[in-house]
Design a protein around this ligand. Sequence first.
Ligand SMILES: Cc1ncc(COP(=O)(O)O)c(C=O)c1O
Length: 378
Amino acid sequence: MQPALRALRPYPMAELERRKRELLARGQRLYDFGTGDPLEPTAPFIIEALRAAVPPVSQYPSVAGTPELRQAAAAYLERRFGVVLDPATEILPSAGSKEAIFHLALAFLDPTSGRDTLLYGTPGYPVYESSALFAGGQAQAIVLDPACGYRLDLTRLPPALLQRTAIAWLNYPHNPTGACVDLAYYREQAACAAAHGILLASDECYQDLWFDGADPPPSLLQAARAGVLAFHSCSKRSGLTGYRSGFIAGDARLIAEYRRWRAHFGVGSPAFIERAAAAAWADDAHVAERRAAFAAKRALLAEGLRARGIAVLPSAAGLYLWARVPGDGDAEAYAARCLERGIVISPGSFFGPGGAGWFRLALVPPLDDCRSALACWP
Ligand SMILES: Cc1ncc(COP(=O)(O)O)c(C=O)c1O
């Protein structure tokens, strides 16, 4: 067995699934705020695009993906962020962003060199850490401070650590807290990464889920192109978690190397999925509808929890609420108490040591279920 696999704890969301199945088997009604896997129906035009693209003959997809998808991704980036990328050399489709994030370290981290470290923030998405471990590198978690807006600030880290770092991950709007950053932040981080020869990777899968009245979050691609990669996904933007489609965009040299590496792994997506994804990237109206649905749930839950004396972190974007565990701050015990009432939450510890004392709610159950859950909230 791969030593990294032996060392890792079970993937947190897999553990949550196991506990949910136990409760369902007991006949318990569930309010599932666990995984960020929304229930809003897929926009009909996306389903139509998929159906129309299923071919009479099935053949292997290419790692480079269809030109149509790369062009749709480039058009989206230009429309949304005002950045112009070459779809042939600066964009590469992925089978959702998780696999692309995980594989990045396998392609770009050399554990035998003096640069064997991958940096990421905690609380955070667990895949950055596991990617470093499977690549044989050092996973270096940086505890993010709520008082500093959960910003991972490379400029404040010891130079010796930066010199050992191959890859640094940013993720704003941030999972799990919803924290956002501005363009000045990206400029600062990109300059620091460039000065230390670090590949700066930005996980931007929540970019289009901002709440009412907030400014649309910027992209790292607006601040830099050389030495950076941004990871985008149809999963949260268009509610296509089951389709598995995203793309990587940025430095043409890195994209070329990554394409070469990915050709060994069979990560090309089916062309009919890419056709549906291209349709999704070309449309913004369905995303606005999704934003409105999440904003309504967010407002209801934030107010309901605050009325119960639970402190909710103000946030401007994302798919989550990040709240302080009431009482003694023991998130695991609190999650167990919630579960007894059928309410599934993610204890902050799922997101690493920086999540201690907090819990996360994914804005997934329908509005009425959010109301019913609040009525029995512990
Ligand atoms: C921060 C972050 N990055 C990446 C992903 C992966 O998304 P997908 O693989 O569905 O594109 C998730 C999923 O929850 C996430 O929260």
